[in-house]
Design a protein around this ligand. Sequence first.
Ligand SMILES: *[C@@H]1O[C@H](CO)[C@@H](O)[C@H](O)[C@H]1NC(C)=O
Ligand SMILES: *[C@@H]1O[C@H](CO)[C@@H](O)[C@H](O)[C@H]1NC(C)=O
Ligand SMILES: *[C@@H]1O[C@H](CO)[C@@H](O)[C@H](O)[C@H]1NC(C)=O
Ligand SMILES: *[C@@H]1O[C@H](CO)[C@@H](O)[C@H](O)[C@H]1NC(C)=O
Length: 372
Amino acid sequence: MIDRWRGGLVALLVLLIGHIVTALEVPLDRTYHKHHHNTLTVLPQPPTITHTSPKDFIIDPRENIVIHCEAKGKPLPSFSWTRNGTHFSVDQDPKVIMKPHSGTLVIDISGGEKAEAYEGVYQCAAHNQLGTALSHRITIRQSRSPLWSKERFSPVLVQKGQSLVLPCRPPAGLPPPIVFWMDNNFQRLPQSPRVSQGLNGDLFFSNVQMEDSRSNYICYARFPHTQTIQQKQPISVHVLDLDSLNDTMADYFNDTDWFSGRWPTPVVAWTKRSSEIPSARASLLNFNKTLRITEISEADAGEYHCRASNPHGSVQHTFRVTVRAAPYWISAPKNLILAPLETGAISCLAGGNPKPSIQWSINGLPVQGVFV
Ligand SMILES: *[C@@H]1O[C@H](CO)[C@@H](O)[C@H](O)[C@H]1NC(C)=O
Ligand SMILES: *[C@@H]1O[C@H](CO)[C@@H](O)[C@H](O)[C@H]1NC(C)=O
Ligand SMILES: *[C@@H]1O[C@H](CO)[C@@H](O)[C@H](O)[C@H]1NC(C)=O
Ligand SMILES: *[C@@H]1O[C@H](CO)[C@@H](O)[C@H](O)[C@H]1NC(C)=O
């Protein structure tokens, strides 16, 4: 084995001195080189991270936590972790094991250990004698499906033709729940330009009709991670038609302030100030109440207007949209192989909005002093 490694080093030196290496990136896997004794040897390689858990990792509190970190390199790298910025002593915690030949952590919470105790920011480092590779930071949070606060609703009395909003206000879960409305027969409420669910989950009626009278409007929240569904207290709605009431009742309701005006269902239209909405990337959802634009670029920033009109008039709302971009590589740094006394340069150029700041580290440790 040692002979093989020594052979590998000799092979590397031969390559460097002979200036045979032109590309900076040496293939990492199974790179064999026939050296002068005509035996096969393996080139040493610094570690490269090949697989990790996602940056924003929401875990199920009922299952063991598995935080992935895999890397390759020659010789095989060894692994270590930081948690919340300090060294995480994996072998000090009997609940945590690191898989062999891998950096992947398995945290056993079957013994009643709280998943919450393992929330934090994790980062994996893979080392061998040629260097250290760092994974991205993995933020671990457990999923949450808090209970709906108990609230009772008095029946909603509304005049035919008016607008009405039924609040849903689901509990703030992690990840956020999927919200929908059903009636007393567990049927999803049909959506139409007149009755539709808003992005916040509230149910909007642009002009109520007699058939909207119902004793059970129920908002449901489905928490995808824990596969649970919660139900809000039912809301009952009574629609009144002043025209069909006898004079006494009509006068009574007509005197109270809450009945005034009728609101025929408006038509909703979107415009953008000083340019067109790109029709190929734009779509109207939820009966035009939502405008979605995909594959956005900085040119999509600007003022958007949404106008709702009916025969009685129109109202307009203006949205100011700014476009932000997470950091992306303009020129990503590449591996560099240098012989002694050679000069090397590593370029690191990133774009984004706002402009990203750049930090360097060597083998996982921040670079001290300025030589950039
Ligand atoms: C890590 O930091 C977060 C946020 O400050 C905190 O909630 C969490 O408890 C910390 N984790 C550990 C294991 O100390
Ligand atoms: C309600 O009152 C207004 C004036 O105050 C009257 O013009 C209208 O006819 C009344 N409507 C009904 C249904 O009684
Ligand atoms: C009007 O209708 C109400 C409720 O339906 C009823 O209680 C009341 O007696 C009626 N009044 C007249 C004058 O018919
Ligand atoms: C939606 O917008 C389209 C095009 O702007 C328009 O033709 C249609 O009537 C609108 N529908 C509703 C329900 O507002």
